[in-house]
Design a protein around this ligand. Structure first.
Ligand code: ADP
Ligand code: ADP
Length: 228
């Protein structure tokens, strides 16, 4: 589904954050990128939706070079969830979730139906939460909205950059379990960045261990635990 071939990212200061990376993310899998801070996880993920342009090598999605897509088109078709949530504070929850469907020109009524469906999917009550503003929700609820927003236009790919790191342990565990259930149901291709090994083992269909801009090992949790 997503293929990296000899992908390197060199920042303006000459630092190579990702070094000739080649690997493949399969359709429908939840791939975890794990590694210490600075190992290149975020850079790797953000190259997929071109928030960070790669310096050399080729990234393809469904066999097509990502450089052949318009950036706006690429981003609209890839859900993105980050740690700091990034909801628009002056938009209601409904409006926050509706952003991408509106950009895509969906019918107003269809969007409303979709927002309600999404809120239910992530365990929020549409009647209670739809017309509230982000600051009127708890951190965990806001993160749920972030996930709903990423799913809104039904993208095949979702990128999640430490989505649960800012949450308290209990909420975090809840959301991990919910995401696993959601992933089983929707079968989206998910790339999930974390530096928490327990989270990686729990969530990942496969886990890529990164260090110094390279992938040291890429395997299922079972394999990683039993023949490291
Ligand atoms: P991780 O997500 O694993 O913490 P990052 O991908 O954020 O790692 O960063 C990898 C390395 O690239 C780090 O050493 C970081 O300091 C460096 N880096 C990230 N962004 C930039 C930038 N814009 N300019 C220069 N170096 C950067
Ligand atoms: P993350 O939690 O995603 O690893 P960081 O704290 O490493 O984030 O980086 C936050 C932002 O600062 C990112 O957009 C990253 O690209 C940028 N950044 C990180 N390291 C550097 C650096 N050495 N020089 C310039 N920008 C950097």
């Amino acid at each position: 589904m997503i293929k990296f071939a000899n992908v390197t990212k060199e920042y303006d200061d000459g630092f190579q954050a990702v070094k000739s990376l080649s690997f493949e993310i399969e359709k429908g899998e939840l791939l975890v990128l794990i590694g210490p801070s600075g190992s290149g996880k975020s850079t790797t993920m953000k190259m997929i939706n071109r928030i960070i342009p790669h310096s050399s090598g080729t990234i393809t999605i469904g066999g097509k070079d990502i450089k052949s897509y318009k950036v706006s088109e690429l981003r609209r078709n890839i859900g993105y969830v980050i740690q700091q949530i990034g909801l628009f504070p002056h938009y209601t929850i409904e409006k926050n979730i509706a952003i991408v469907p509106q950009l895509k020109g969906w019918d107003k009524e269809d969007i409303k139906v979709r927002v309600i469906e999404l809120l239910e999917m992530v365990g929020l009550d549409p009647e209670v939460h739809m017309n509230r503003y982000p600051k009127e929700l708890s951190g965990g609820q806001q993160q749920r909205v972030g996930i709903a927003r990423a799913l809104a236009s039904n993208p095949e790919i979702i990128l999640m950059d430490e989505p649960f790191s800012a949450l308290d342990p209990l909420t975090r565990e809840q959301l991990q379990a919910e995401l696993i259930t959601l992933h089983k149901k929707l079968k989206k291709t998910i790339v999930f960045v974390t530096h928490d090994i327990d989270e990686a083992l729990k969530m990942g269909d496969r886990i890529a261990i990164m260090k110094d801009g390279k992938i040291l090992q890429l395997d299922t949790p079972e394999k990683l635990l039993h023949d490291p």
